[in-house]
Design a protein around this ligand. Structure first.
Ligand code: C2O
Ligand code: CU
Ligand code: CU
Length: 489
């Protein structure tokens, strides 16, 4: 039966004469005509919930967390073990949860066979503690950053940032969530029971080879466009299901993928509410039926499961529309929610979540242009490729600046979108091509997707000293040099 499909597929391909297509079928495709169809090995497992990392320091004024980057083994498909990397485990890392005002110390041990760094994505800290490419940790060594949490409640994350090795290390499993709580999140009547009605959801696509092994082996197309995998993992598991109470559930979504931008929907078209963006709560919940999340972006959403019957299944799907990146179905199932008979507290959608002071563009002392351009290995920002020895921009401490980030339409197929990320700050979006940003981009952000030909203006105040990166968060682009450095002094 399967053989017949293969022959039909092969004949069709030859007739059409699309050689590229053949390449995709052997590497990137998961459809039924794929000779490497491994879907019979996909067994839906319960969604793994990363543990909360314990504060090991008895001193109430200092939270201390220990992380070890290590080698591991993960069974993604039934019976097939892949070599992966994890923090304190086989794949991904525990969730670090802190509170605004906390003094935090982290002891990070590198048990890998290669150098790595530990970057706090979205955290407002000085350059020394940021964990960028200058903070390499050699095998067997330890790095001990220390900082105070001086920003509102948010879902941030941590991952390696080694020059030319970030894509591989994140892909192989090094990533974890870093959650900040504050007085606002403490008092809001929203789900906040970790693992009960408040769930971490880390979505990553991986490339499984013909034998079902997850390996970082990017092809030319992956290097140019960012890696697009043929399997979606959530918290390190393929096609998992999550049992949810009949009630309101909070999902902390992180796109931890190397290259793929998702367009999430619930398969039944049900609406949900975004309550937080990268850097914390939005002022008001934003009702939506579709959410776009580019690499490194986060969104906290509320989903109401109270109208369902016990045993009902609701699927989170990605509606794929990017032609030329991968051949796939219109919709891909990411994970399932299975409604249990637990009636949970009725949480109405709050009217107001927080208050955000908008930074006045008139306060900006400078407008800096950031032009993203090029294709493949010649991807640049302001016509430059990352050089560890060069500081590209110098910012005065406590200055407010506007960064005008544009995406020059170059390369193939009219160009591609790039998620622009800035270290050490959270910023606000002034406008997209002169138009006000959509409602879910009116809060704090640290990563912003810039479409081909588009110009996005962002504004922030630089309150921390040191050397920081700005870059495209498609990790293959970042590693290829689509990154620059700014120094605050
Ligand atoms: Cu998610 Cu430069 O980082
Ligand atoms: Cu970052
Ligand atoms: Cu890019």
């Amino acid at each position: 039966m399967k053989k017949a499909y293969v022959y039909i597929a092969a004949i069709v391909i030859v007739v059409i004469g699309v050689t590229l297509l053949l390449l995709y079928l052997s590497k990137d495709d998961t459809s039924s005509s794929n000779p490497n169809d491994l879907s019979n090995l996909v067994e839906s497992k319960p969604l793994p919930i990363p543990p909360l990392l314990e504060d090991v320091n008895p001193d109430p004024n200092l939270a201390e967390f220990h992380l070890t980057a290590q080698h591991g083994v993960t069974e993604i498909l039934d019976g097939i073990e892949s070599e992966t990397l994890g923090y304190n485990g086989n794949i991904l890392g525990p969730v670090i949860k802190v509170h605004e005002g906390d003094r935090v110390k982290v002891v990070m041990k590198n048990d890998l066979r290669e150098a790595t760094t530990l970057h706090w994505h979205g955290l407002r800290v000085d350059g020394e503690n940021d964990g960028g490419p200058h903070s390499g940790i050699n095998p067997g060594e330890t790095w001990e950053p220390e900082f105070t949490i001086e920003q509102p409640a948010a879902t941030l994350w941590y991952h390696p940032h080694m020059m030319h090795a970030t894509a591989k290390q994140v892909y192989e499993g090094l990533a974890g969530l870093f959650i900040i709580e504050d007085a606002v999140s403490d008092s809001l009547p929203i789900p906040k029971d970790y693992g009960v009605n408040d769930f971490p959801i880390i979505i990553q696509d991986k490339q499984l080879d013909a034998s079902g092994n997850m390996q970082y082996d990017p092809g030319m197309n992956d290097m140019m466009m960012g890696l697009y995998g043929n399997a979606y993992l959530v918290n390190g598991a393929i096609s998992p299901y999550l049992e949810v109470p009949k009630g309101m559930v909070r999902l902390r979504l992180l796109n931890g993928s190397n290259g793929r931008t998702y367009h999430f929907e619930l398969h039944n078209g049900q609406e949900f509410y975004q309550i937080a963006s990268d850097g914390g709560f939005l002022e008001k919940p934003v009702e939506m039926t579709s959410l776009t999340l580019s690499p490194a972006e986060r969104a906290e959403i509320l989903v109401d499961f109270s109208a369902f019957e016990t045993g009902d299944e609701i699927t989170l799907i990605d509606t794929v529309s990017e032609l030329g990146k991968t051949i796939s179905e219109d919709e891909v199932e990411v994970m399932k929610f299975t409604v249990t008979d637990t009636e949970s507290e009725a949480y109405p959608i709050p009217e107001q979540l927080t208050e955000i002071d908008n930074i006045d563009p008139a306060d900006a002392v400078v407008t800096r242009e950031m032009v993203m351009a090029g294709v493949g290995s010649t991807l640049t920002i302001n016509d430059k490729s990352m050089d560890m020895g060069v500081i590209d921009e110098v910012v005065n401490l406590n200055d407010t600046e506007i960064w005008e980030v544009s995406n020059k339409r170059t390369g193939v197929q009219g160009g591609m979108a790039h998620p622009f990320h800035l270290h050490g700050v959270q910023f606000q979006v002034i406008d997209r091509d002169g138009n006000p940003p959509p409602a879910n981009e009116t809060g704090w952000k640290d990563t912003i997707l810039v479409e081909p030909g588009e110009t996005v203006r962002i504004i922030t105040t630089f309150n921390y000293k040191g050397i920081f990166m700005y870059h495209c968060h498609i990790l293959e682009h970042e590693d290829a040099g689509m990154m620059g450095q700014y120094e605050v002094k």
